[in-house]
Write a protein that binds this ligand. Sequence first.
Ligand SMILES: C[S@@+](CC[C@H](N)C(=O)[O-])C[C@H]1O[C@@H](n2cnc3c(N)ncnc32)[C@H](O)[C@@H]1O
Length: 261
Amino acid sequence: MNGESRKFIFDALQAVEGYIDPPDALVFSTLLHKQQQDGAIGGLAEIGIYYGRSYFLLRHLAGPESKVLAIDLFDLEGDEDGAPGQYRRFLENGARLGLPVDHQLVIRGDSTALRPCDITSRVGPVRFFSIDGGHHLHHVAADSALAMACLADHGVIVFDDTFNPAWPEVTVGVADFLRTHQDRFAAFCMTKYKTYVCRRTFHATYAETIRQAPDLSAFERTDTTFLGSPVVRLHDPIRRRMLYELMRRSGMRGLSERAYR
Ligand SMILES: C[S@@+](CC[C@H](N)C(=O)[O-])C[C@H]1O[C@@H](n2cnc3c(N)ncnc32)[C@H](O)[C@@H]1O
């Protein structure tokens, strides 16, 4: 990864309120870079934008030739005049980061009511689909079916909060998805927060990419299995995490990437 992307992940992106941490940001970057290297084209999509932290990462990494679709209810806060504050702050973040939001590539509404053509008509078949919207079982069931129906052959689906005890139904939803479609889909990577899934035909390629990526060498990589498939588990060592948090909280955000070299 070039220095500019590291700076974006560890500095500019951290100013956006949200939930993606450096380990997953580096996994996103590794996978998207691999797809670009292989000429594996397609759009990108995310359900669950909040204020755009992982969305703007996707925008930064996608390159000008890939469209990135944002899907969210955008109803978390309202201004006094009734204007939706969440959406306004999302747009402001884009302007500040130099990644202005194209309104044609935003769906403001309930993801569970969408049809695959709502997505593919805007961005084409999807090569990277991040699911981080509603965290109950019916949301995960609907969102994973939607993602599967839009996915390019070489596409990756990323589920957030998979093993977070605060959201147990996400875990059930992801397991349901993998069991129901185990003939075609399998997990290839797991971090503390996210589970990465692809078609079985691309499993070895993506698992090996994660295993070998120089940008992920700061993490402990161990092989495990999840529902019968080999999975690379990435562990964020506590000493690095503490150093990173210390730098970040003491105003040294710009230098914090050193904790993950
Ligand atoms: C955990 S936040 C997403 C975090 C974000 N990916 C980030 O990087 O900071 C969950 C988001 O999902 C949205 N959401 C919840 N239920 C939804 C639904 N049924 N359809 C669309 N978006 C939904 C919420 O409005 C919220 O913005």
